[in-house]
Design a protein around this ligand. Structure first.
Ligand SMILES: O=C(O)C(=O)C[C@]1(C(=O)O)C=C[C@@H](O)C=C1
Length: 423
């Protein structure tokens, strides 16, 4: 059992590392494993020195690279545009990434794992990583979260995490759950594996369209492609439209639109935003095909540093915990919140990847094999509130591992679900 005087002191005292303005790696590759495996994830179950030294490892890697290769593309140590890095030459500065009249132009390529070694070049604008290609809902969410930012498309969620860890981006905006499709499990797993902090949330109404090449009719279609979440969100509507055709999953909605256009596929439609239709020269065959008009995806904003929790506006706190006595402990943990009238807004469980099975031997009855879980809980309180601190101190009594993923302002923007987002 670890006793901390302030349940959030680990996070609040996260050091301010000197920020490298430029570094160039040349042929050197930064390992994509930054020493942040699950074992070293800090939390209430880890010593403060452990997580501080882990942070130092990441910083020293970046700093040593900076010291030995400090130069920007111009060789003058000045400020360049991040979109010029890695061959991503398009200036992607806000939601209007690519003007509509430029739809035939080549779109910026998403970052890939192998792009993560060359030099990030730091400009004055906030650089925000998202998964997908221009026209993806995640791009719209990044623009809503950080309106004047420069958005950076990444080909995988993992790459967006690493872009922030490696200072290529300042923030990542990633989906965690959808009101129809449910949780995006991959991002829950990545939140645990990486050390970024949740610094905000943004809820985006998601309005899907069925897109096809000009003059293609529904009768010609043999296939609909999209992100698995988008396919799930439109499942019943597709059936109602008589589209009992093959449904195939791809990495993101806008990528599906791009694929249809690039390959001139007249038998395939994509589910994506109206903005994706404009960007890739497709037509909207059906508008608003999500099964529920109030379809909303919740995204989290991630940063290297936490925000200081406050009490002057609504805050949410996200935690993840595990225990070694089976799921029977769960109700005790949840009662720590119930007794203090703290509302939970989300609970999710994921396999405990380090210890997935707990074997219980009973001489008379045999051997039970229980699955072990990591529990993710969001609750409506700020870590600056004593009731939240006390709740976590109590949770700590019942858990073998506890980590605060972030305490951050709730998205309180007015409810306007019918608006077309991602357009
Ligand atoms: O493919 C996209 O456009 C995304 O931004 C991804 C994503 C998701 O992962 O859930 C985001 C929002 C929508 O719910 C559908 C797909």
């Amino acid at each position: 059992m670890h006793t901390l005087s302030h349940p959030y002191s680990n996070v609040l005292s996260y050091s301010n590392h000197s920020r490298p303005s430029f570094y160039r790696v040349g042929a050197t590759r930064i390992s994509i494993k930054c020493g942040h495996g699950f074992e070293s994830v800090y939390g209430f179950g880890s010593a403060r020195s452990d997580w501080l030294s882990d942070c130092a490892i990441l910083t020293s890697k970046v700093d040593s690279l900076k010291d030995s290769h400090v130069v920007n593309e111009n060789g003058n140590g000045g400020v360049d545009h991040v979109a010029a890095v890695n061959g991503h030459t398009s200036a992607v500065s806000n939601l209007n990434l690519v003007p509509i009249e430029n739809k035939k132009q080549i779109q910026p390529k998403p970052l890939t794992i192998t792009d993560l070694s060359p030099a990030p070049i730091h400009g004055s604008q906030l650089r925000v990583a998202y998964q997908g290609v221009p026209g993806a809902y995640s791009e719209a969410a990044a623009g809503k979260a950080y309106p004047d930012s420069q958005v950076i498309p990444c080909d995988q969620f993992e790459v967006a995490f690493q872009a922030v860890e490696l200072w290529i981006a300042d923030r990542a905006v990633l989906p965690v759950e959808n009101s129809l499709g449910g949780s995006i499990h991959r991002n829950y797993d990545l939140l645990l594996r990486h050390r970024l902090h949740i610094v905000g949330e943004v809820q985006l109404p998601v309005h899907h369209c069925l897109l096809a090449l000009p003059d293609v009719r529904k009768e010609y279609l043999t296939r609909v492609i999209s992100h698995p979440q988008a396919l799930a969100q439109c499942e019943h509507t597709l059936t109602k439209l008589g589209l009992n055709v093959a449904r195939e999953a791809v990495d993101d909605t806008a990528g599906a639109a791009e694929f249809v256009a690039a390959n001139n596929l007249r038998d395939t439609a994509a589910i994506a935003s109206a903005r994706a239709a404009e960007l890739y020269g497709l037509e909207v065959l059906e508008d608003g095909i999500q099964d529920d008009p109030n379809n909303v995806t919740r995204f989290v904003m991630l940063a290297r540093e936490p925000v200081i929790p406050r009490t002057d506006r609504p805050f949410k706190t996200s935690i993840v915990f595990a225990h070694d006595k089976g799921t029977s402990v769960l109700f005790k943990v949840l009662s720590a919140f119930a007794f203090r009238n703290i509302s939970l807004t989300k609970i999710e469980s994921r396999p405990h990847r380090n210890r997935p099975i707990r074997v219980v031997d009973d001489e008379s009855e045999g051997t039970a094999k229980h699955f072990e879980y990591m529990f993710y809980v969001d609750f409506e309180a700020s870590m600056a509130q004593v009731k939240a601190q006390n709740a976590l101190a109590e949770v700590q009594e019942f858990t073998s591992f506890l980590r605060v993923l972030g305490s951050y302002p709730m998205d309180m923007t007015p409810w306007n679900p019918s608006s077309r987002r991602g357009d």
